[in-house]
Design a protein around this ligand. Structure first.
Ligand code: ADP
Length: 457
């Protein structure tokens, strides 16, 4: 098996002389070994979109960026990607805003990207496409004659069959997936849903080895749960905790922390309501526990995001109005991003990490919270069963985020949990994070992609 270069394609290209971020850390090793190129949008808009190539001595990959027009940004990115696919894949078909021009530009941007890529890929390269913005890319590449191995990784959940039926172009959607050699998903339940979608189609044949065949194309679907750089994050948290100012608390008061982009999939209203339920049912905890919620704005041009923002402002206002006293504010709600190191220190200060998405591909906050803990006296993770992370993190307190009583009781249990149990749970979780970390994820995926048989031989 030859080792061709690696070609990574993602919506946003990591920019700057020293780009950081999970995916860059994940792929550094692979690029060090095989060399290659990363392709993605530049983040700029222009009416005559330019492409730029750059090679930086400190980076193990070359970069190729391309601009979008304002209309493409609105239709491809805000439109089809984030107003159709995102809500649908997160079980919120009711929030979809479908327009035929969204889909037309989504196809067009992917076709343009495929033309561009066809000019730069070498015969032995493997191509790894990231996430839901680029679903049609393999099909578009095949149409230009590219016959390389092409893999896809979906960072968000895969939708249920009935949700896929709500897609205006559900037939085409399955064809997009079938054009890949390997579709990687976060969790086993995502693989099951993809196979269910394949099974529902008379033109797709499920093979005994678990792969699926549509026409001339054979595709494998497997789960590769993404990890974090747990060792580095643990070091960062310990350092940040020592040097940074702490959240001021009253004597005996403890902190529950929630950290999310402000997205309707993250279950933040449920979280606030479950916290209110805790205060209602456990009056002995009033004044002794507060919730710090950090939720920076995201995709504010999309209406559903404006709605969730006002819902949370109202809810936190109501709860604080009903429960606060002169020295205690039950919910501290911060609608801003917080620097990564600061976040790590805050996780470490918090006695409970509360992660309650209603749908989530993985949820890295759950992993970061665990990695940030003091191993001698760790906090407790309360984690939604609906996060992909729940499949790996069975030693967290797993909850159904729709069941407010259950979440409130899990919080009470976490706050009262003896140190021995906290340590045992944390040790088991941490071992998983260190073994299945971010480098493990990319190695495992790329080994699988390089190993898939090409064609129907
Ligand atoms: P998603 O990719 O849907 O946003 P994840 O939980 O998988 O959800 O990843 C979120 C990432 O963004 C984490 O690395 C987390 O640390 C970071 N993040 C989330 N909220 C904030 C915030 N308020 N300030 C800074 N970083 C944040």
């Amino acid at each position: 098996m030859g080792k061709g270069r690696l070609v990574v394609v993602s919506n946003r290209l990591p920019l700057g002389p020293n780009p950081s971020g999970g995916l860059v850390v994940a792929l550094r090793d692979a690029f060090d070994e095989a060399g290659g190129i990363w392709v993605g949008t530049s983040g700029r808009q222009s009416e005559t979109p330019k492409t730029r190539f750059d090679s930086h001595p400190g980076l193990p990959f070359d970069r190729l960026s391309f601009d979008l027009t304002k209309t493409e940004y609105e239709h491809y990115y805000l439109g089809y990607s984030n107003s159709v696919l995102w809500p649908l894949f997160h079980g919120r078909a009711d929030l979809m805003e479908t327009r035929s021009r969204f889909l037309a530009d989504y196809r067009a941007v992917n076709a343009r990207l495929a033309q561009m890529l066809a000019g730069v890929v070498h015969r032995d390269d493997v191509i790894w496409v990231q996430d839901y913005h680029l679903l049609p890319l393999a099909q578009a590449l095949r149409a230009t004659g590219v016959s390389n191995r092409i893999g896809f990784f979906l960072h968000i959940p895969f939708p249920a069959l009935y949700d896929i039926m709500a897609l205006p172009n559900s037939e085409e959607f399955i064809g997009w997936l079938a054009a890949y050699d390997l579709v990687g998903l976060q969790a086993r339940r995502d693989v099951a849903r993809l196979l269910e979608a394949f099974r529902s189609r008379p033109d797709v044949e499920l093979m005994p080895d678990g792969s699926a065949k549509l026409g001339e194309q054979r595709v494998e679907a497997r789960s590769f749960p993404i990890g974090i750089d747990a060792a580095a994050f643990a070091r960062e948290a310990a350092k940040a905790f020592e040097v940074q100012p702490r959240v001021p608390l009253e004597p005996g008061e403890r902190l529950i922390i929630g950290v999310d982009r402000l997205d309707y999939s993250k279950g933040i209203p449920n979280r606030f309501k479950a916290f209110r339920r805790l205060l209602e049912v456990h009056p002995e905890l009033n004044g002794l526990v507060s919730l710090l919620q950090i939720a920076p704005p995201t995709r504010e041009e999309v209406a559903a995001y404006q709605d969730i923002r006002s819902e949370l402002e109202q809810l936190s206002g109501q709860i604080n109005g009903a429960y606060a006293d002169l020295t205690w504010t039950p919910i501290r709600y911060i609608h801003r991003a917080v620097p990564r190191a600061r976040l790590a220190g805050l996780y470490r200060q918090a006695a409970v990490g509360l992660v309650t998405p209603l749908a989530d591909g993985m949820n890295l906050v759950a992993k970061e919270y665990v990695a940030a803990q003091n191993t001698e006296d760790p906090g407790v993770l309360v984690l939604s069963d609906f996060a992909g992370a729940a499949e790996q993190m069975e030693d967290a307190l797993l909850v159904n985020p729709f069941d407010l009583d259950q979440v409130a009781e899990a919080l009470a249990r976490a706050l009262k949990m003896p140190k021995g149990e906290r340590r045992a749970r944390h040790e088991a979780l941490m071992e998983g994070l260190l073994t299945q970390d971010i480098t493990w994820w990319s190695r495992k995926y790329l080994a699988a992609l390089r190993g898939v048989p090409r064609g129907l031989e």
